[in-house]
Design a protein around this ligand. Structure first.
Ligand SMILES: Cc1cc2nc3c(=O)[nH]c(=O)nc-3n(C[C@H](O)[C@H](O)[C@H](O)COP(=O)(O)OP(=O)(O)OC[C@H]3O[C@@H](n4cnc5c(N)ncnc54)[C@H](O)[C@@H]3O)c2cc1C
Length: 201
């Protein structure tokens, strides 16, 4: 950043009324994504997967249960298991990380198995309690999975409220990129950033 004189302002919250936006020739918005919080009873008892990733100290106790088995859950669950936690993943579909490329899964799944991550597929989360999760199996029977910490990992959604407000005000010079545009991965966000930058006059 220093090499190319990029002026970085940390700890600075931008709003649609920030004067910098009015003065700018072009605005590229990359405010990322936020965790999806479905209306499941007791969801307030869970730590969201992003917080779990950034603040591992929030994973209190020994037994950690992840609700949702997408890539971010698998990634965070593996990390927790490698740090000595006893980990389980609850996923309502028949597979975890179902949308991932098979090459990634070919290394991820054996790693989860090696670190004894319990994978409960075909289980739908019904309720999150302080001491565990109530889930329903495909045959309709209900089970209780004990946990010291429950992590909610029900996917991500674009953090685009601010982007919409800025776009409404400065439509002709605004571009939205990365997860704020469409939730994806690092490679896609970087690619969109690159194309946005080279398209500037
Ligand atoms: C737990 C987890 C694990 C993941 N693992 C992988 C992985 O292994 N490989 C992979 O390719 N992808 C992974 N991803 C996805 C990847 O993190 C995202 O695709 C990527 O970070 C998107 O980049 P971005 O720049 O669009 O947004 P982000 O990296 O989310 O950056 C957005 C930034 O905007 C800032 N911001 C938000 N609002 C404001 C505001 N009002 N004013 C100023 N700043 C603001 C935020 O603080 C943040 O720093 C993972 C995601 C999660 C949640």
């Amino acid at each position: 950043m220093n090499l190319y004189n990029v002026d970085v302002h940390l700890n600075t919250n931008i709003t649609e009324d920030s004067p910098e936006l009015g003065a700018a020739d072009a605005i590229i918005i990359a405010t990322g994504a936020v965790p999806i919080t479905p209306k499941i009873k007791g969801i307030e008892n869970a730590v969201d997967v992003v917080s779990a990733h950034i603040h591992p100290e929030k994973l209190k106790g020994d037994k950690i249960v992840y609700c949702g088995g997408g890539l971010s859950a698998c990634d965070s669950a593996l990390e927790a298991a490698m740090n000595g936690k006893k980990v389980a993943i609850i996923e309502m579909l028949d597979e975890v990380a179902i949308n991932e490329h098979f090459i990634n899964k070919a290394s991820l799944i054996p790693m989860l198995q090696k670190h004894n991550v319990e994978i409960l597929t075909g289980h739908k989360v019904l309720e999150i309690m302080e001491n565990g999760v109530k889930a329903e199996k495909k045959d309709g029977t209900q089970v209780f999975i004990e946990a010291d910490t429950v992590v909610s990992a029900f996917g991500m959604t674009p953090n685009d409220e601010l982007a919409k407000a800025i776009d409404a005000k400065y439509h002709l010079k605004t571009r939205v990129i990365g997860d704020c545009n469409k939730v994806g991965k690092v490679g896609g966000a970087i690619r969109e950033g690159f194309y946005a930058a080279i398209s500037l006059d």
